[in-house]
Design a protein around this ligand. Structure first.
Ligand code: UDX
Length: 422
């Protein structure tokens, strides 16, 4: 198929390049000229394992451009993959969705063939039906279900494993009231051996939020129980090993620790909470998941306090990215920990294999070590914030290590070792 991908961010780039690997002709559209040039030079604008190799191998199937109109006119389907940032009150800002929907409308005005529009951006239920479709209709003068159709096809890609996840989905969710759109998605994803969920558009939009919010609640539950276990001298990981064997519960996403960060979980839980409130409902569980998550860094720092004053202390922060395998620091727990330690006068030495440059833009004044070993050497106490594999076999030189992410091997060379929830 001829496919245009509107938005060359994380979701759009991975989706576009992986669809090209399946021999579709893909055009990635973005307003950022730098991204476009990079893709056209066979360099993905984001880092994701395996992505560069696919782009190099299938470059003949991928173009990138800033010309949305032309890209939409020359393709059969457009995927909307633009960002949906949070507003201050937690609700999502739809301005980019609105703008590209209007532009898609103008682009298909002159088109004689049917055009399909699939929304991949995470949007609150009702967005496709109430915002995207009317804007396309108004700007094109065309009729939904006749001249064009729209639907929701949410993504469930984890950063750092997005290419793998694209090819090994747990399920494909296809939401649309238009049979032609459903048929397009069946053809696109037919090769995947996984369950397909065909549903209403707004149901598909809801599935995405409910999945992410459930995982966030699961993590906060693990953290609340983990804090209790710690106080009672119980290893919460042993508890969740026993609990997770119940098939109804499952073992994954029970890693108690500093809490969840990243571009999705915090934003999506807040958006769902805001949606509930706008409908006059009290989102008790969603609220609780956010509160537990906000409190974990302070619980972690209280363990540090037991080992002496923070003021003037040399404290090593190991790991700044929101999780290993990425340079992404959006909503990373390292930000809360560093902010709190600095406010108490700590002298921080930070290290991360990928995320130092982005962290430096937020915290230009702290010292950054070139290696994990240097960070250990230059600090009195070490805090493990992200579970990078290289922290497993590090020599902790007999120092105090407080671990927020379960790097148990640190015990071997630490003078004193303790975990946040174990
Ligand atoms: C997530 C979802 O997994 C994905 O399906 C969705 O579409 C986008 O959001 P991602 O943000 O890449 O993906 O990260 P993920 O690996 O899910 O981890 C999110 C955060 O939760 C990280 O900060 C991680 O450290 C934390 N986490 C995860 C825990 O604290 N405990 C766990 O058991 C699992």
């Amino acid at each position: 198929m001829k496919i245009s991908i509107i938005g060359g961010g994380y979701v759009g780039t991975v989706t576009g390049i992986c669809l090209a690997e399946m021999n579709h002709e893909v055009t990635i559209v973005d307003i950022d000229r730098k991204k476009i040039d990079l893709i056209n030079q066979k360099v993905p604008p984001i880092y994701e394992p395996g992505l560069k190799e696919i782009l190099e191998r299938h470059h003949g199937f991928i173009k990138a451009t800033t010309d949305l109109m032309k890209a939409v006119k020359e393709t059969e389907i457009s995927f909307i993959c633009v960002g949906t940032p949070s507003r201050d009150d937690g609700s999502i800002d739809l301005r980019y969705i609105e703008s590209v929907s209007a532009q898609i409308g103008l682009a298909i005005k002159e088109k004689h063939e049917y055009h399909g529009v699939l929304v991949k951006s995470t949007v609150i239920p009702g967005t496709c039906d109430d915002v995207v479709t009317p804007l396309i209709a108004r700007n094109s003068g065309k009729s939904p279900g006749i001249d064009f159709g729209a639907g929701s096809n949410p993504e469930f890609l984890r950063e750092g494993r997005a290419v793998y996840d694209f090819h090994h989905p747990d399920r494909i969710v296809m939401g649309s009231e238009d049979p032609r759109i459903l048929q397009t998605m069946r053809e696109l994803y037919g090769k995947f051996d996984c369950p397909y969920v065909e549903c209403q558009t707004k149901t598909a939009e809801m599935i995405k939020y409910v999945s992410n919010a459930f995982l966030a609640i699961k993590i906060s539950y693990a953290n609340e129980i983990g804090n209790m276990c710690k106080a009672m001298g119980i290893d919460s990981y042993d508890v969740f090993k026993g609990v997770g064997l119940d098939q109804r519960i499952g073992p994954l996403f029970f890693n108690a620790g500093l809490g969840f960060g990243g571009s999705c979980f915090p934003k999506d839980v807040k958006a769902l909470k805001s949606l509930a409130e706008s409908r006059g409902q009290m989102p008790l569980l969603l609220n609780a998941a956010l509160i537990v998550n906000e409190q974990q860094p302070e619980k972690f720092i209280s363990l540090l306090r037991r080992h002496g004053p923070i003021k003037g202390r040399k404290i090593g922060l190991l790991g700044l990215a929101f999780k290993p395998g990425t340079d992404d620091i959006r909503e990373a727990k390292s930000i809360e920990v560093a902010t709190s330690l600095l406010s108490e006068g700590a002298d921080i030495v930070a290290y991360d294999p990928l995320a130092v440059d982005s962290f430096r833009t937020l915290f230009p004044g702290i010292h950054y070590a070139q290696t994990a070993g240097e960070a250990v050497e230059k600090s009195d106490v070490i805090l493990i914030i992200t579970e990078w594999p290289e922290f497993e076999n590090l020599d902790y030189r007999g120092k105090t290590v407080i671990d927020g992410r379960r790097i148990l091997k640190a015990k071997k060379t630490a003078g004193h070792y303790e975990g946040i929830c174990w």
